[in-house]
Design a protein around this ligand. Structure first.
Ligand SMILES: NC(=O)c1ccc[n+]([C@@H]2O[C@H](COP(=O)([O-])OP(=O)(O)OC[C@H]3O[C@@H](n4cnc5c(N)ncnc54)[C@H](O)[C@@H]3O)[C@@H](O)[C@H]2O)c1
Length: 441
């Protein structure tokens, strides 16, 4: 038991990290963790590993690293596994994805080769641009879920793992709207048994995780735990869920810049964003159905930050366009261009151009690591259902129905750090700061 905080079970034993989708992001995450553990690279971009948290007053001088403040699983206790349709081990995926250099991969070869994917639950109707030789087969979608449950049990026993977290790093599935089968746990289970077409593979993984009391994180724009059925099930089983769609390149920049315009009451006429991307994610997103899922999460960001209803004169009439073009020569090195048409004093127009030459998986890997560690913490702290305090990491943060999401990255950061302070029984920080001047009287 902490001071006045929450009772958090210790991070004892090993934490199994199970990943549907052993592709560019997950292989970069796994190789990166091994590289850090061998004392070579630094976990840059990981707020849990590199970030600090201020405790008490600014004059107290207490700013520990987050990983020293809250009882997170140490990196050495992580055991990785997962499912994929391709059958390649993680070393082969790293080589093919060409994100990390050979000189960084070779010392890790044996460790990476040892991680081989389990056969996937896959359906081409949900991801068109992908060949899938290694998949499970069963009579019903319910049976497929049961096979995943068995995989998890076997993984736990084989690796002597104490707890599990599942994080979806699989391809983006085609866009789908909620339908009747998603509306309650009862209907959902029946739909699994009836092989209902509205149940996607990512929902089957999520269902298998939740009934196994394993927290589920959704790194893609898929519906999955955004369905009322799985939300309800997560609350019933007291399992933490978080999503959706990792916030990395262009959307990260949007949620850094747009709050600044709003804070200074600068207006917006338009924001045109385009990207070229040549990795397998880009190939999958080349399919209009998968792109539609991405477009929805990418577009919602500005509308929420620049609230047109509250500020009709500033944001009542802006154009927002997002494009992603698959361009193989670039591989994982995405290039994004933003043209931002803003206006200032008396309506005079100005332009801002952002040209971000980023590396998709280099940005996503630390986000995935933090989400794994913080969701495991949430579960041990007895936080279950939607973990809105992890909005910081998502393009389309999951919230309780009827509650608008916070997209402003600085609000998200305050929310996350205050949640950690709350867990540990530390005073929340309001940034009021009058107390420093009261001392002078
Ligand atoms: N890299 C980023 O910056 C970023 C940001 C936000 C979201 N994402 C999302 O993260 C996911 C992973 O991205 P990536 O670059 O690693 O893509 P990737 O194509 O390299 O990897 C995805 C992997 O998932 C596998 N897969 C597809 N369906 C599966 C299923 N049903 N079961 C098991 N495996 C399955 C594919 O075979 C592939 O190996 C994508 O959905 C992407 O949109 C990435």
């Amino acid at each position: 038991m902490t001071k006045k905080g929450v009772n958090i079970k210790p991070a004892s034993g090993k934490l199994g990290v199970l990943i549907p989708g052993l592709g560019a992001v997950s292989s970069t995450l796994i190789a990166g963790v091994f590289d850090v553990l061998r004392g070579h690279g630094k976990p840059i971009g990981s707020v849990t590993q590199m970030g600090t948290i201020r405790l008490g007053k600014r004059t107290d001088g207490r700013s520990p690293l987050i990983k020293d403040f809250v009882p997170l699983a140490p990196l050495k206790d992580l055991v990785f596994g997962g499912w994929d349709v391709h059958g390649e081990n993680v070393y082969e995926v790293c080589k093919r994805s060409a994100v990390l250099k050979n000189e960084d991969l070779e010392p890790l070869k044996a460790q990476l080769e040892a991680i081989k994917p389990m056969d996937a639950v896959f359906d081409k109707a949900w991801v068109h641009n992908l060949e899938a030789p290694h998949v499970k087969s069963a009579a019903t979608k319910y049976d497929l879920a049961m096979l995943l449950v068995q995989d998890m049990k076997r993984f736990k026993a084989e690796h002597g793992v104490d707890r599990l977290v599942m994080i979806w790093c699989g391809s983006t599935e085609v866009h789908t709207d909620l339908c009747d089968a998603h509306l309650s746990t009862e209907k959902f289970v029946q739909a699994l048994k009836d092989n209902h077409e509205a149940i996607s593979p990512s929902m089957i993984y999520a269902y298998a995780a939740i009934i196994s009391d394993v927290p589920y994180i959704n790194g893609a724009p898929n519906l999955a735990v955004d369905t009322p059925a799985l939300r309800e099930l997560a609350r019933e089983r007291k399992v933490a869920i978080a999503g959706k769609d990792f916030k990395t390149g262009q959307t990260l920049m949007k949620t850094i810049l747009a709050p600044g315009f709003r804070a200074r009451s600068l207006g917006l006429n338009g924001w045109y964003s385009t990207n070229i991307l040549g990795n397998r994610d880009g190939e999958v997103l080349n399919d209009p159905g998968s792109f539609k899922s991405k477009e929805v999460t990418k577009l919602s960001v500005l509308e929420h930050i620049l609230d047109a209803e509250q500020y009709p004169e500033l944001y009542g009439n802006f154009q927002h366009k997002v494009r992603i073009d698959y361009y193989p020569p670039r591989g994982d090195d995405k290039e994004g261009w933003d043209n931002i048409d803003i206006f200032g004093w008396l309506g005079y127009p100005m332009q801002i151009k952002v040209n971000f030459l980023c590396r998709d998986s280099i940005l996503a890997a630390p986000v995935a690591l933090d989400l794994v560690l913080l969701t495991d913490l949430a579960q041990r702290a007895g936080f279950y259902g939607i973990q809105e305090w992890l909005s910081f990491y998502f393009k389309s943060p999951q919230t309780k129905p009827g509650l608008y999401p916070e997209h402003d990255i600085f609000v998200q950061k305050t929310k996350m750090k205050n949640t950690l302070r709350y867990m540990m029984g530390e005073e929340l920080i309001t940034h009021l700061g009058l107390e420093y001047y009261a001392e002078e009287d």
